[in-house]
Design a protein around this ligand. Structure first.
Ligand code: SF4
Ligand code: SF4
Length: 445
């Protein structure tokens, strides 16, 4: 019995050391140390029980091993939630002019400005609050950083140059295509170009804005008769996002808008070269709501912070979309209630949000859909103070951890078991902190 107990002790010691090293390798030394110290009593208990002689040692040894094995089985035993089974669809299309990105572009004393606030008088006072602040990527903001802001602006400038390429004429006559072959080619090639994940869905009315709200599309009805939408995600770097809301975060998000946008344009042009119509939807030039399309294309669920929660990277992604009439195989709808159950219990993003923009409550029915709605005015007003697009909610989300063995095992457990989910929420708070401080900017910055 004593050899068995010591064997268990060695197993748990190696296990806790390996996990701690994996966490240290993410540059989270304190978190790794916390995990090691938290776990240490378990191997110590087995070592003591195996080493020392005491009355009833056989019985106590058996009880100790049984309790550990039973606890493990209980935590890991598959148990699915029955809640969140239905995936509802929005009743009405959203007017892009109501989004913060459209409202921030309204210039006082212009026709659009006057018209908008005559139609929406209740929004005027809220919008005046952000207009009094320095603004996104502007000097005078809390996290102003001349080099980082210039770099982010360079990305946004590049994206603007790409806007003229989102549409284009077909360059060839249509030739019949093998749906299977073209779908496989397109998906594999997109990944070779740097795309993390690709999903294809039928384009639905509710994916599209009702009326455009940016630049020359302002006030124009959105008409898109394409049959399919290809959703593309790119990763935002973990280390850069961990600094949020500091300046590196806006550099990273701008860069990934640019990367996803340029690949979407390349794919749209590829489709036109095959003789089919295609339109890329990229930053500041969307006809549709990217997270909704990506959700329906099987790339994830929409979580508490209103963003797409992908299985391997959580909300730490940017999305671009290509709509087309090229015949493609659509991905079967996926639905992961475990993410919604996790979000219902977790609330970490709501606790940390510096703009107090994320709801602590349960999902509510909004526009025919059960969802969480963030207070977009409060979020954007904070961006105008901070100077960056903040992203603190993305950085602290337990699903945003790196896509490595450790976190993928945790993700598997979260998907598999309600008890594991509850434990993972607590452990994330204990190990990484309930309100973790932003990491420092990288040395080279
Ligand atoms: S931080 Fe928690 S509540 Fe917020 S989106 Fe992530 S999992 Fe959901
Ligand atoms: S980006 Fe920042 S302010 Fe906006 S919801 Fe996330 S944490 Fe809150």
């Amino acid at each position: 019995m004593s050899y068995l107990l010591i064997g268990f002790g060695i197993f748990f010691l190696i296990f806790s050391l390996l996990i701690s090293i994996m966490i240290w390798m993410e540059n989270k030394f304190l978190a790794g140390l916390k995990f090691f110290l938290l776990f240490l009593p378990l191997p110590l208990l087995f070592f003591l029980a195996g080493w020392y002689r005491f009355p009833y040692e056989e019985i106590i040894g058996i009880l100790l091993i049984s309790a550990t094995v039973i606890t493990g089985i209980i935590i890991l035993f598959p148990s699915k939630t029955n809640k969140f089974q239905n995936r509802s669809i929005p009743v009405n299309r959203i007017d892009e002019r109501d989004t913060m990105f459209s409202r921030k572009d309204l210039v006082p004393d212009t026709k659009h400005f006057r018209e908008y606030y005559v139609r929406n008088p209740e929004k005027k006072a809220k919008d005046d609050l952000f207009r009094e602040l320095p603004g996104l990527l502007k000097p005078g903001t809390i996290y102003y950083n001349r080099l980082a802001f210039a770099a982010a602006n360079a990305s946004f400038f590049t994206i603007e140059q790409l806007h003229s390429l989102v549409r284009g004429n077909k360059t060839n006559e249509v030739e019949s295509v093998n749906k299977n072959q073209i779908t496989r080619f397109l998906k594999t090639w997109a990944k070779k170009l740097g795309i993390l994940d690709v999903g294809i869905t039928e384009l639905k009315e509710y994916h599209l804005y009702s009326v455009g709200g940016r630049n020359e599309r302002y006030g124009m009805e959105v008409i898109n008769s394409h049959k399919f939408a290809i959703a593309l995600t790119v990763e935002m770097d973990y280390a850069m996002m961990s600094t949020s809301p500091l300046a590196p975060t806006v550099m990273e998000s701008a860069q990934q808008y640019q990367n996803s946008g340029s690949i979407a344009i390349q794919i749209a042009q590829f489709i036109r070269n095959l003789g089919y119509s295609a339109r890329a939807h990229i930053d500041a030039n969307y006809e549709l709501i990217c997270p909704l399309v990506a959700r329906d294309a099987g790339l994830g669920e929409i979580g508490r912070m209103g963003l797409l929660m992908t299985p391997g990277y959580g909300p730490r992604v940017r999305i671009a979309v290509v709509t087309t009439d090229l015949p493609l195989f659509i991905d079967p709808p996926t639905h992961d209630p475990s993410v919604l159950d996790f979000c219902t219990k977790c609330r970490k993003c709501a606790v940390i949000c510096p703009g107090q923009a994320i709801s602590f409550e349960k999902r509510k029915e909004i526009n025919g859909v059960f969802r969480w709605q963030i207070n977009s005015e409060a979020c954007f007003t904070y961006w105008c103070k901070a100077g960056t697009d903040c992203g603190r909610c993305i950085a602290v989300c337990p699903f945003s951890h790196p896509n490595n063995l450790l976190h993928n095992l945790v993700r598997r457990g979260v998907n598999n078991s309600i008890l594991f989910r509850n434990l993972a929420i607590k452990m994330d708070d204990v190990i990484y902190g309930k309100k973790p401080a932003p990491e420092n900017s990288p040395d080279w910055m």
